[in-house]
Design a protein around this ligand. Structure first.
Ligand code: FAD
Length: 486
């Protein structure tokens, strides 16, 4: 039963939404309602095996757990991008690579998000199985572990050997500040289970009387009266209705959060008028200037008789502006229905200068918007990626014992995306910033955005660990009287 009012309504039970819901409902005097468009589960044991299994990413074309968005990576490359639509969000279906943003990444964030200030929260979210000390947590909800070198898939092992032979240093802990090199991937996997923020944070507290989690319910508009958010309109099994809210937190992910703001009249006023939406509050940066990681995948063939994979990515090489990802299985085996028959090496541009935008559909702005990535529009991005692909193919050809001789096929490679979309409702205090440093929408009281939308730019590593840290810190701020409106 969905209540008519809650002190806090959280739109989206994804990676950030689950963390916020668990931590904000910790105060028994605060009622919290989570609205999740996808499926919800009544307990951890209700989560189906295909979502738990860390060896598989259930994001293929037939997936029940994702929404697909049309995407234009470059003028020549169109594709479809999947994002999680289930409790746990994209983090419930992702690659389980749980790596922190680097200290330098926080240079683009407001001063209150310096590396020194976020480190205690990176520690608080995790229990690291491999490291202790000042950099790591030992009692947080998310379990983090690495596959030891001697238990890695032969491909990962041989790739790390080849990188070291080529002069790269071996990095024991990719979650520690330090030099580039090759190292084992920190993963939020325990006993083969991908431990999403639903499983880690929310499932253990679902029986709280002040917490309601409603699945299959989509928010269609934030209701604003004057300059204050006062509720959320929903479409659900019981038809459309309005829930009133003390505060509204939008955590619908980097595509849906800016879309929801725009559908609510909050965004670039000229664009909203063109779409037939009455502008309530002109915020030109909504949906604009996003960043993500371009990823070029180089196909090749394994030598026969290699064992099956357990985790899709066990080791990576970082060098300057690139991450090389030797995936341990063909995407056809790890992503049901994706149909990519050969294994690939992913070459990721970690610091991209090109920026994209979310384009709402003029026929019906409620439909999935176009993600216009504008990848490689900056010539420097193209140059670094092209050089990186040549270097990566060379290294792959020297990964002895597992790569079939002569099978590395750069010409057969494809440009894709790492699915790390960030910055569609950017944090800051300039004209294009959408939220302030504490994630409050500028100019509207009682309304916040807390998800990867608010990152000033995509971190140079995967965003998941940083997203969980962000939500954990914002909710902690609320509990300790920091400037957060709940
Ligand atoms: C296939 C895939 C693999 C990835 N692999 C990795 C990885 O290995 N490592 C890494 O660091 N990052 C990875 N990422 C990225 C990372 O998972 C995401 O950046 C992160 O989970 C985003 O968290 P979020 O809270 O911003 O949004 P999400 O987790 O996407 O949550 C948004 C939630 O809001 C819900 N929602 C949307 N609109 C509405 C609405 N109107 N009403 C109600 N609910 C709504 C959605 O259903 C969803 O559950 C991957 C992403 C994908 C898709």
């Amino acid at each position: 039963m969905i209540p008519a009012r809650a002190d806090v309504v959280i739109v989206g039970g994804g990676s950030c939404g689950c963390v916020l819901a668990a931590r904000l409902s910790d105060d028994p005097d605060r009622t919290v309602l989570v609205l999740e468009e996808g499926a919800a589960f009544g307990s951890a044991s209700d989560v189906p095996r295909e979502i738990r299994d860390a060896a598989v990413l259930p994001v293929g074309p037939e997936s029940l757990w994702t929404t697909d968005f049309p995407a234009r990576l470059t003028p020549d490359v169109d594709t479809t991008v999947a994002r999680g639509r289930v409790l746990g969000g994209s983090g419930a279906v992702n690659g389980a690579y749980f790596v922190r943003a680097r200290p330098d990444d926080f240079a683009s964030w407001p001063a209150s998000w310096s590396y020194e200030q976020v480190l205690p929260y990176f520690r608080a979210v995790e229990t690291d199985a491999d490291f202790t000390g000042d950099l790591h947590g030992n009692s947080g909800p998310i379990p983090v572990a690495r596959v030891p070198r001697d238990r890695m898939h032969p491909l990962s092992h041989a790739f790390a050997d080849a990188a070291e032979c080529a002069g790269f240093v071996s990095v024991a802990d990719l979650n520690a500040p330090g030099p580039d090199g090759v190292g084992a991937v920190p993963s939020n996997v325990r006993d083969g289970t991908r431990v999403s923020s639903f499983l880690a944070y929310l499932a253990p507290v679902l029986d709280r009387p002040n917490l309601t989690v409603a699945g299959g319910v989509a928010a269609t508009r934030v209701v604003v009266a004057g300059d204050r958010a006062v509720g959320v309109e929903i479409a659900g099994p019981e038809g459309p209705r309005t829930i009133s809210a003390g505060d509204v937190i939008v955590a619908a992910g980097a595509v849906r959060s800016p879309q929801l703001l725009m559908l609510s009249g909050i965004g670039p006023a000229d664009e909203l008028r063109r779409l037939g939406i009455d502008p309530l509050h002109d915020l030109p940066g909504v949906g604009r200037d996003f960043s993500d990681h371009p990823e070029f995948t180089v196909p090749y063939r394994f030598r026969p008789d290699l064992p099956p994979h357990t985790v899709l990515l066990e080791t990576v090489l970082h060098t300057e502006n690139l991450e090389l990802r030797p995936y341990t299985a063909a995407f056809g085996a790890a992503i049901p229905g994706s149909g990519v028959p050969d294994p690939v090496l992913g070459v990721v541009l970690t610091g991209t200068r090109s920026r994209g935008r979310i384009v709402l559909d003029e026929r019906d702005p409620r439909r999935p918007p176009l993600l216009d990535y504008r990848y490689l529009t900056d010539p420097a991005d193209r140059k670094v990626l092209e050089e990186g692909v040549g270097f990566a193919a060379d290294l792959l050809a020297r990964t002895v014992g597992v790569v079939e001789t002569g099978s590395v096929d750069v010409a057969g490679g494809r440009l894709g995306t790492s699915l790390h979309l960030s910055g569609t409702c950017r944090m800051g205090d300039d004209d294009r910033a959408v939220v302030d440093e504490w994630c409050r929408v500028r100019g509207i009281d009682g309304l916040s955005v807390v998800d990867t939308s608010v990152f000033p730019q995509v971190p140079s590593r995967g965003p998941h660990a940083t997203a969980v840290m962000l939500a954990h810190r914002v909710a902690t701020g609320a509990r300790h009287g920091l400037p957060f409106p709940v």
